[in-house]
Design a protein around this ligand. Structure first.
Ligand code: AMP
Ligand code: MG
Length: 411
């Protein structure tokens, strides 16, 4: 459907909805040891077979007491010393208490722990307490964090460091995860040269496939490199067919616009069902997506910023859908402009910008002075996009704008 702001163009949301609803997530699973689980997508819920903590235990170095004794006795006998890891304890009888260390099991009869800084010892080893004491203080109860049967992590979770620690603390040493998505990448264009090779007049160094490879590795994909493919129907056909036989998703950069050397469309029409989308976004208007015989195909515009924006806004959701990854989208944030911003209404624009905080901790944002879609250095310098809706025009200093922070991991 055409957008009223940008006639003939399709909105990003509509295109995404159509594309994502056409995908079927990969279903293959594999078991990996915890040491290799970081960043992998859980294929099944993880249910705890253990209470965490497994027993009531002390949260402090101190004394385990019966709180009711504190009004009856001035001094208590210390009947035992309990260290973390000790397997047995003696019950606490009236008039007694136990010396106890952090993480040590609470003895039967004790119902509070008093920290050692509030205790006074006499010469006979008896102890009294200087501060007021509440029942159940400084005790970590059995199962208070996780109880047997709790779902600790749900299927679709992209595992992070703390998750791996949590699994370890439940005694789990391997998890079932989705297999990695296999992605073939290629850069199309006669002008492109691989870094490290001499550059002839009219040529430029190829950077998109390097960017894509770095992003894909961070997303946990297996990357299959096809290098540079000439603007030649025969070369493109061969590369697409070869990539299709090996990958779940084939990504090509360049050649999806309507230049005279853009043969992709013609070749893709022969091989599969790939649509050329004209999206109401800036940068990044042209985007190809559809089916090859065995895989999905995404064709990104060649300008380096357009490649990154379309990858970030379209390919990442495609990949997370294929991978069964339930990570929520980036937070919707707002920041105040530090300067005026000039623009013509039309497409949803992703301006590269630098976000910082004021002394009061309020987010502020400065758009970079140059916004050309060929300027990869702007993606390098920015730490966020400013999102300008199709119908918004120029804005004044101090006005709030929508931002998406680069998370430092993917972008
Ligand atoms: P295209 O989408 O093929 O029309 O390319 C648009 C612009 O991006 C042209 O200036 C290309 O030279 C440039 N470009 C295309 N592919 C790459 C690439 N892999 N690395 C760097 N620049 C590229
Ligand atoms: Mg080209």
């Amino acid at each position: 459907m055409a957008s009223c702001d940008a006639p003939g163009l399709q909105s990003l949301d509509e295109a995404l909805e159509q594309i994502l609803s056409s995908l079927t997530p990969l279903t293959e699973e594999e078991w990996v040891p915890l040491s290799q689980a970081d960043g992998r997508i859980l294929a099944a819920d993880v249910q705890s077979c253990l209470d965490l903590p497994p027993t009531d235990n002390s949260a402090m170095d101190g004394y385990a007491v019966r709180v009711e004794d504190l009004t009856e006795f001035d001094w208590l006998d210390v009947n035992q010393r309990i260290l973390a890891g000790d397997a047995t304890t003696q019950p606490i009888l009236p008039g007694e208490c136990a010396r106890i260390m952090t993480g040590a099991m609470l003895p039967e009869g004790a119902n509070t722990v008093i920290m050692q800084e509030d205790a006074e010892l006499d010469d006979d080893g008896k102890v009294r307490f200087l501060a007021a004491v509440k029942p159940s203080a400084n005790i970590r109860r059995r199962g208070e964090e996780v109880a047997v049967g709790d779902i600790v992590l749900a299927a679709g979770r992209r595992l992070r460091a703390a998750d791996i620690g949590l699994l370890a603390s439940l005694g789990i040493d391997q998890v079932v995860v989705r297999r990695r998505v296999r992605v073939a990448i290629m850069a199309t264009g006669n002008e492109l040269v691989t870094p490290g090779q001499p550059l002839q007049t009219g040529q430029i160094y190829e950077s998109n496939s390097q960017v894509l490879a770095a992003l894909l590795v961070r997303l946990g994909c297996t990357v299959i490199h096809f290098g540079i493919i000439a603007d030649d129907p025969q070369a493109l056909r061969q590369a697409y067919q070869n990539a299709d036989s090996q990958a779940d998703l084939v990504i090509a950069s360049g050649g999806v616009s309507v230049g005279e050397a853009d043969f992709s469309k013609q070749v893709l029409d022969e091989l599969g069902q790939v649509g050329l989308w004209k999206l109401a976004i800036k940068p990044g208007k042209p985007f190809a997506f559809g089916r090859l015989p065995n895989s999905w195909f995404a064709g990104l515009p060649g300008n380096p910023v357009s490649t990154m924006v379309t990858f970030d806004q379209l390919v990442v959701p495609i990949l997370t859908t294929l991978a069964g990854d339930n990570t929520p989208p980036r937070l919707a944030l707002r920041a105040r402009l530090t300067c005026g911003l000039h623009r013509r209404p039309g497409r949803l624009e992703f301006q590269r910008a630098v976000v910082s905080t004021t002394e009061d901790g309020v987010l502020q944002v400065t758009p970079l002075a140059r916004q050309g879609s060929a300027l990869l250095s702007t993606m390098s310098a920015a730490n966020a996009y400013i999102l300008l809706d199709g119908d918004s025009s120029s804005l004044e200093k101090g006005q709030p704008v929508r931002i998406e922070l680069f998370d430092g991991l993917l972008l």
